[in-house]
Write a protein that binds this ligand. Sequence first.
Ligand code: BTN
Length: 244
Amino acid sequence: FLKRHGQYAWSDISVFESIDSTSTWVKSQSESQVVCLAEHQTAGRGRHGHQWQSPNAENIYLSLSWQFDGQPEHLSLLSLWVGVIVAEALADAGLSGHGIKWPNDIYWQQQKMGGILLETSNLASMIVIGIGLNVNMQHDNSIDQPWVSLNQAMGQAVDRNHILLGLLDKLHAGLSAFASMSVSELKQQWQKWDLIRDRKVSFLDRENKLVGDALGVDDSGQLQVRLESGEMKSFGTTISKVRW
Ligand code: BTN
């Protein structure tokens, strides 16, 4: 990563060649608004205890801490909101055709381009946001799901620093704005990127495979589904393997 001189929204940015996990590192810091980047992670973490393969491939592995004074039940809305911020940063960079698979996976043509992991830190009311984005990855045989990188989707080489700086600016503005956003505004913004709304979906709910129609998110950020039985139900982030 190049260092840009001048005004940054974030003043505390640490860049590592290699690290276990940028999110683990940020969690170990005592301040908020700490940013960590790495070229490569040896123990990158994903949601549901999965690994996040993090080769040295001109990708973005980014974590940052943020003071969160809202209600705990608003955390899942925040995790949706971070997805919107990333999707918008990618659109600003010229990408089209991408969207969000609930809750916050970035997809392009049914292939995963990025993932977001929100964790609470040991410090009261601090959250750690981790973002992994495939930017210039050419191949990786160890990823066990369809994936794509930004350069492939754009059909050209991508300036990673440009993407990163746009993303960091948007994150700062977007996270600052979150506290004063209404739930309906947030839902409206999120809906623009929702890839699975009105789609038939299948997913795992504690080992049970369920099928239904995705209807969007409810006021607490849960996924609303009309199950095959006709029953309407909301699901939280304990469900996994959402397919559409
Ligand atoms: C997911 O889709 O499961 C979320 C993946 C999040 C990966 C990022 S990469 C930077 C940060 N550090 C980690 O260990 N994980 C997140």
